[in-house]
Ligand binder design. Structure first.
Ligand code: M6R
Length: 612
């Protein structure tokens, strides 16, 4: 989604804000632009369709782009094609105000009509341009920019994170948010605004997370936060506890590969300090629930999107199995609009790596408005979902930059398995099982590493399917959501059509697709349904499908029916997804890389989907 960066201070703003938006490239975008106010107090706008490098190439000589204040934007098109005209910043009629925006102005058509009737001339097809003209309209009336911004935002329906500069106030940025993330970075005699910490972390680790309906007015020496109704806000300064190396690729070709290889560590971080071996159970202090309250839980709703939704499906399987508590899993985009029934003693969990996904946030709010207690399982500290939840669990996976989510899933599943044991041990789960679970979980990071050590072999197998046009992923039980996840990984970065199915469902339809050109990737691990899944494999083989099997180490017989086998270590059933997903992530990565595709920024996708 769109990225926002702003700078005001003593340094030249242009290289700082350009570097800032480069750090946001991972969010996905299709055009970029900057606005600066130069030494002569003139507002200058530069924008370009395409990549930031295209924008940089189009910039005039450095002396024409230098100034101590500027804003920069990467646009992910929603209203209007990704053209230079539609790129941000947008300006008012007299070109004194420049504005960048992340979000969607839902009532832009009505507002635009009214403004056009008052002689405002629009040049783009965007919803954003309406905001610029609306602020310009009130500024003309009030001659007070902050007041104009407040008045304009009162009329707006939808979501926004915005930053504004105005040539009449050549040392001031105004920024505001509702529904889209925005932070203020505090430096020495300089300030930053950004939609994401990674844009500014090389300059400062001291930040303020703006809340909805807050507006910050900032110059190089100080700042003031007010609400949309002009009440002064005292905000808390937070310290970012990670450093720039976590948002750099290091020795890896892509962020996705780096993040896949980080999983021994990230999974360990997800369970560290949360195991209580002496009681054969776990603790999740962030939930803030008493033992009594945890015992009263009768039902769970887990809501999420994309890969996080796959983690939720795995969580359902584990929680129902170990704690015997019914779990409903739903797409956030559906939950928010279907008037869900939330019986007493139901707790709602929302899962989101970014903590900013618009649908998940809306579902959280819907559940809260119905009186439910809502808990977040998020990665990004201070994210909107983390802040709006009644409590929650951070997965501590570290920054995930690759658009294709990898380490977030394994950390989410780890946390869900801890939750299952916590709830289970308060009910009927035996201490023997609790102990086995803890012993097995502790071994998972080393087992993930063993799979990663097989990377070159997996790359070779990827070479055998890289030219396919379709692929089928099959799994059962706790590995069925992993089949869905494997298919999602492949399609989103390699653009090969892929579908995931419960293996036994194949004969009810998808089997019609199988021929000698169809790769079928099957998770067939040694557990209670192993024999059943082998029968499903035979059905594929009989139709000449090309079988790649994810199998348990030591299973030699599976070779007879497979074109290729990728072995993973044995573990208990509930923890299998933490291992079975790894080869599928690597397989998708290598297929996309062998096809020379932009693995970290696949077409049309955004890392954090902050619009509906
Ligand atoms: O940040 P979230 O976990 O809320 O994001 C949810 C999905 O947008 C995300 O998982 C998406 O499906 C990824 N591209 C999957 O790789």
């Amino acid at each position: 989604m769109c990225g926002i960066v702003g700078y005001v201070g003593n340094r030249n703003a242009t290289p700082i804000i350009i570097e800032g938006i480069k750090r946001l490239e991972y969010r996905g975008y299709d055009s970029a632009g900057i606005a600066i106010i130069n030494k002569e107090h003139e507002l200058k706008i530069f924008k370009e369709a395409g990549k930031i490098i295209d924008l940089e190439r189009s910039l005039p000589a450095p002396n024409e782009t230098s100034g101590n204040i500027g804003i920069a934007h990467t646009r992910w098109a929603t209203h209007g094609e990704p053209t230079t005209t539609n790129a941000h910043p947008h300006t008012n009629c007299c070109n004194t105000i420049a504005l960048i925006h992340n979000g969607i102005i839902e009532n832009y058509k009505i507002l635009r009509k009214k403004l056009e009737a008052e002689d405002h001339i629009f040049v783009s097809e965007t919803d954003t341009e309406v905001l610029t003209h609306l602020i310009g309209h009130f500024y003309r009336e009030e001659n007070n920019l902050l007041l104009a911004v407040q008045e304009a935002l009162k009329l707006v329906e939808g979501a926004y994170g915005i930053a504004i500069i105005c040539s009449d106030f050549p040392d001031q940025i105004i920024a505001a948010r509702k529904g889209s993330p925005l932070i203020l970075g505090i430096g020495k005699n300089e300030f930053f605004v950004a939609s994401d910490v990674s844009a500014i972390i090389i300059h400062t680790k001291r930040v303020i997370y703006l809340q909805d309906n807050e507006i910050v007015t900032v110059n190089k020496n100080n700042f003031e936060i007010t609400t949309i109704n002009n009440k002064i806000v005292t905000a808390k300064v937070s310290e970012i506890d990670w450093d720039v190396s976590s948002i750099e690729k290091g020795e890896y070709k892509h962020f996705m590969l780096k993040e896949i290889f980080e999983q021994p560590k990230s999974v360990g971080n997800a369970f560290r300090g949360r195991l209580i071996p002496e009681l054969s159970t776990t603790r999740l202090g962030g939930l803030g629930l008493t033992e009594e309250e945890l015992r009263q839980v009768e039902r769970l709703h887990i809501i999420a999107c994309g890969t996080s939704w796959h983690a939720a499906l795995i969580g359902k399987n584990i929680i129902e199995g170990l704690a015997r508590i019914p779990v409903e899993v739903e797409y956030a985009s559906e939950y928010r609009y279907r008037n869900p029934i939330i019986p007493d003693n139901t707790v709602v969990f929302v899962i989101s790596q970014s903590g900013e996904t618009a649908d998940t946030l809306a579902a959280l709010r819907e559940a809260k408005s119905k009186g439910a207690r809502v808990f977040g399982i998020t990665n990004v500290v201070g994210s909107t979902i983390a802040r709006e939840s009644d409590g929650g669990v951070y997965i501590h996976a570290g920054t995930e930059i690759g658009v294709a989510s990898t380490k977030a899933l394994t950390s989410q599943v780890t946390v869900l398995s801890l939750l299952a044991v916590l709830l289970g041990r308060m009910r009927n789960l035996s201490s023997t099982y609790g102990t086995t679970f803890i012993e097995e979980l502790i071994k998972i990071p080393e087992k993930i590493q063993r799979i990663l050590d097989n990377n070159e072999e997996i790359k070779k197998i990827a070479g055998t399917i890289k030219d396919s046009t379709n692929a089928l992923y099959l799994g059962r039980g706790v590995n069925y959501p992993i089949a869905l996840e494997g298919a999602l990984k492949l399609k989103e970065i390699s653009y090969i059509h892929a579908e995931g199915y419960p293996a036994a469902e194949m004969k009810h339809g998808p089997i019609a697709l199988i021929d000698k050109n169809m790769p079928v990737i099957v998770i067939a691990l040694k557990d209670v349904i192993y024999d059943k899944i082998v029968s499903n494999l035979e059905e594929v083989k009989a139709r000449k499908g090309r079988i790649i099997t994810i199998a348990t180490e030591g299973d030699e017989t599976i070779k007879d029916i497979s074109e290729n086998v990728i072995y993973i270590p044995q573990t208990i059933n509930v923890l299998q997804p933490l291992l079975s997903v790894i080869p599928l992530q690597l397989l998708a990565y290598h297929v996309a890389d062998l096809r020379n595709l932009d693995v970290d920024q696949p077409r049309n996708l955004a890392k954090s989907v902050t619009v509906e």
